[in-house]
Write a protein that binds this ligand. Structure first.
Ligand code: SF4
Length: 456
């Protein structure tokens, strides 16, 4: 970021790329992620995920040693693949690289081809996906989308690899950016209501947020079914929620199977959600079902009821670029002024997306920061008189330093229960965020009055 007076990152506003890949891979049926790198990387990912999802999260590791870092990790990767296959009996293993294995130039795709050739007598082998995820080059967003691309390109293959299937006529593909498990359940609910076959990928709504178990399950149920992924090549179209910064599964489906691609911002706020429903109606050839239209009406009603609490307030937004862009649009339509919109990833059209989202915000706002960390956000925020900040729980210290409330959303939420169940998407999700925002502001105001008040 321009203007920095230091070279190190201070409290990063991003997560590591293999982390994002692991989350997407846990959303594939019968798939277990395997980190080709050190134990520490896998432990960090497990720790970070468990604290948010409150679920066991098995992430395998090839467990790099000093010797592997010098001579290469082919043998330890083979051992890890053998161990994971034997212990978990997975349908698929999603291998991701790390900073270390990328730095020493590991040729993992070649290793995986060799592994499959050497173990062909041990069939059936699990499917092997590979996502290249050097974290010094990208963030968890890159890893998430790269893993989706890896699954699609490996499982579906090119047009030449597939017998002609023939279109089912109405199948819809929905590829989602990194959202909460409750968001995924909402997307299922919306898709089902259009009564057309669909594939939602990835889908960790069950595998990372299932019911309690009587006995431990090594591989939790859930995930996008492999058959449904294969069927994506026969869909009438793909809707992609979010903008992949690198490898792009939606573009891959278009280039290899001619499936038309529509990119959309995350459906947060009325405008973004309207676009999402309209795109679904167009693809399926069906009317938007009445219950959603009623929800839209209730959301507008809520905007009217609560506008005086949020309108004119000044907000700092930070986090993953897809979420920040969608939140900017939502805040703009309820009259909140985003004065900082920050993300930890550099480039990828973030500034343009924020500017497009803001139709009512004064032209001089907001300060758009990419490649940002929390030190740089704090430095800039000190002079800007914000009323609240909105983002994940790593913004707590920012909130304390500035003395303004934090509206928690996105990932991670490590200091509250229920982060994985927070609904952001659709009319219902927007309503949820609106209530959360207004009530956080009301609470802050109430806390400033010594006597307090019980009537608004
Ligand atoms: S070393 Fe790289 S891959 Fe491993 S946890 Fe750190 S950022 Fe992630």
């Amino acid at each position: 970021m321009k203007g920095r007076t230091y070279v190190a990152t201070g409290n990063a506003c991003k997560l590591c790329a293999p982390f994002g890949a692991c989350m997407a891979l846990r959303g594939i049926e019968g798939c277990i992620p395997l980190i080709h790198g050190s134990q520490g990387c896998a432990t960090y990912i497990r720790r970070y995920g468990i604290s948010h999802f409150r679920e066991p999260l098995d992430i395998a590791s090839s467990n790099f040693t000093e010797a592997a870092a010098i001579f290469g990790g082919r043998d330890i990767l083979f051992t890890a693949l053998d161990n994971v296959s034997r212990s978990y009996k997975p349908a698929a293993i999603g291998v991701t690289s790390t900073c270390l294995s990328e730095t020493i130039g590991e040729d993992v795709p070649r290793y995986l081809r060799q592994y499959e050739a050497e173990r062909q007598d041990q069939a059936p082998l699990p499917l092997l996906f590979y996502a290249s995820t050097p974290s010094y080059r990208g963030t968890h967003t890159d890893g998430f989308h790269e893993a989706i691309w890896a699954v699609l390109s490996t499982l579906i293959g090119t047009r030449e690899d597939r017998p002609v299937q023939g279109s089912e006529g109405t199948r819809v593909n929905l590829i989602s950016s990194f959202v909460s498990t409750e968001d995924l359940r909402e997307l299922h609910s919306i898709l089902r209501s259009f009564e057309a076959p669909y594939t939602l990928i990835p889908d960790y709504s069950e595998s990372l947020d299932g019911p309690s178990w009587e006995t431990y399950q090594k591989l939790p149920e859930g995930g996008t079914k492999l058959a449904d992924i294969r069927a994506m090549a026969d869909a009438v179209g793909t809707l992609y929620l979010g903008y992949p910064p690198g490898k792009d599964g939606g573009q891959w489906l278009w280039e290899n199977h001619g499936i038309p691609l529509t990119r959309l911002e995350l459906p947060i706020g009325i405008e973004n959600t309207d676009r999402f429903f309209e795109a679904l109606a167009t693809l399926t050839g069906r009317e938007i079902p009445e219950p959603w239209q009623k929800q839209r009406g209730r959301l507008i009603d809520a905007y009217i009821d609560g506008h005086k609490y949020g309108s004119g307030k000044r907000a700092i937004l930070y986090g993953e670029e897809d979420l920040v862009a969608a939140l900017a649009s939502f805040l703009d339509e309820i009259g909140v002024i985003p004065i900082i919109a920050a993300t930890g990833r550099a480039g990828s059209g973030f500034a343009q997306r924020i500017q497009q989202a803001l139709k009512n915000t004064p032209a001089e706002e907001p300060l758009i920061m990419d490649d940002a960390d929390f030190i740089s956000i704090l430095e800039r925020a000190k002079t800007l008189e914000a009323d609240f900040i909105m983002g994940h729980s790593k913004g707590l210290y920012l909130s304390r330093e500035l003395g303004i409330p934090l509206v928690r959303c996105g990932f991670p939420i490590h200091d509250r229960i229920g982060g994985q169940r927070l609904l952001h998407l659709g009319y219902r999700g927007t309503l949820n965020l609106f209530d959360l925002l207004c009530n956080t502001l009301l609470q802050a105001k109430q806390d400033q009055v010594s006597k307090g008040y019980t009537y608004l």
